[in-house]
Design a protein around this ligand. Sequence first.
Ligand code: ADP
Ligand code: MG
Length: 238
Amino acid sequence: MATVSFDKTRKAFGAHEVLKGITLDVADGEFMILVGPSGCGKSTLLRMLAGLEQSTGGDIRIDGRSVIGVSPKDRDIAMVFQTYALYPHMSVADNMGFSLRLAKAPKSVADGKIRAAADMLDLTQLLDRYPRQLSGGQRQRVAMGRAIVRDPKVFLFDEPLSNLDAKLRVQMRAEIKALHQRLRTTSIYVTHDQVEAMTMADRIVVMNGGRVEQVGSPLDLYDNPANLFVAGFIGSPA
Ligand code: ADP
Ligand code: MG
């Protein structure tokens, strides 16, 4: 269970203001998708929620409590990147259990979580393999498994499917949605793929130049785009 609130959140790198006051509420269990042109600040926003970048203004809250100054490991957030973030020299099981080992979880507990996640992701037969011995889709499932074993309050996805071919992307969209339906973990998902956004999101956030242009359901944005930028981005008739 988790809600996420950005409250006039700002980020500057030196004189370059990248996020110009983001206010956004993500509901418990929601699948929120962030879209917007390259460089508009999507990854920076995720990294700030994860605690990997410090904000330079405003507040960020998880379940109503400010996380400013809270270390990344105490935020209960798991991030899923593109598949190449797997450790090539580690087996599937070791890749999935890596964060649990870092957190010094007892081996029996870690093994149980790895087995449960593998079962959920259809990876049980592959636990002893190495990333190079897996297909692209299997690697992506391992990357998700690595996030699931931590039982986080929030999943962050940063363009997780952008390395995959078109057919696999379609399949993985369905798998990620099915997983979300099962776990109901609050999720924020960045993509530059409009189809992905329209088909997967509960709500979509359209960002541009460090600001939120509009937030709404896929249908809202399609039917009632707030401005030409949103219309152009969503592909609705202007
Ligand atoms: P997006 O994910 O939407 O493509 P980013 O959040 O990665 O955008 O980047 C937003 C802006 O912030 C870009 O102009 C980028 O160059 C800049 N930026 C990101 N990280 C840093 C950093 N560590 N130092 C300086 N500038 C950065
Ligand atoms: Mg990015």
